[in-house]
Design a protein around this ligand. Sequence first.
Ligand SMILES: C[S@@+](CC[C@H](N)C(=O)[O-])C[C@H]1O[C@@H](n2cnc3c(N)ncnc32)[C@H](O)[C@@H]1O
Length: 281
Amino acid sequence: MSFSATWLRLREPVDHRSRDQSLLARAAAVLANKPEPVIYDLGAGAGSNLRGTALALGPRQRWVLVDYDAELLAASLEFISAWADKTRPTATGLEIEKAGKLIRVEVKRADLNANPAPWGTQKPDLVTSAALFDLVSEAWIERFCAALAKDRLPLYTTLVHDETAQWSPAHAADAQMMEAFERDFGKEKGFGPSAGNRAIGFMAKTLASLGYDTEMADSPWQLGDADHDLIVQLADGWANAVRETASVPENRILSWQAARKVRGGTCVVGHKDLLALPPLR
Ligand SMILES: C[S@@+](CC[C@H](N)C(=O)[O-])C[C@H]1O[C@@H](n2cnc3c(N)ncnc32)[C@H](O)[C@@H]1O
């Protein structure tokens, strides 16, 4: 499944304002005694998670951005450079300064389905991801959690879709659109049958069964008029996904899509963040 850099950039400010700040602070505290923590960002895309997390962390950091999309990884270096106060290219990525922090960034192209633990023998201090785990299957989650537990690694993940969007004002096709969208959302996305909205709860349960201390928090998108461009893209995405199911007449989809693009509407999209800490020895 591929994602466009334009879409990821559009959602970035909303993602950053939506994540739960107290869970982010707890994740930062996990790394507080590490002089230069190594952080693996899975499904890093265009680097939004680094830009949304790094300022909460300590003065030196080393990030490895993992994705199977080479174009997105190239965009991540470009966008991180533009965000930084100072930037220097290195053999494997970049070294940047931002708000008094020195951050080394490396990109790594890898298919997480083939290998859910791309850190290999280079054990990171934290594994993180944003907007990834609603794409994966329960079988993949079990493989991933077993790999985390084997290496006793903490996980901080944010913005995992866990509820169908609630649109307002109401439209006559809402229930039909929602049902068809959910069916499409559960489709395979390169990791086996997608766990979709159930994924984050299943992940927390699996990690808890491996002795992890888990905490979840809500991180919903609350979209209003100031987010009109994102609402329009979301409505188009819903309409296209519903078309794929061939279960809603085209005139009904078009009527719903047009109504969703009228200014003044709102949309709430449910997400969860999770911090999971390995058991103490
Ligand atoms: C919804 S995007 C989130 C990107 C980024 N974390 C963010 O918050 O903007 C999901 C990302 O996962 C990546 N991805 C999907 N399947 C993957 C796989 N099998 N291996 C590696 N990356 C994958 C996509 O290329 C995309 O960058």
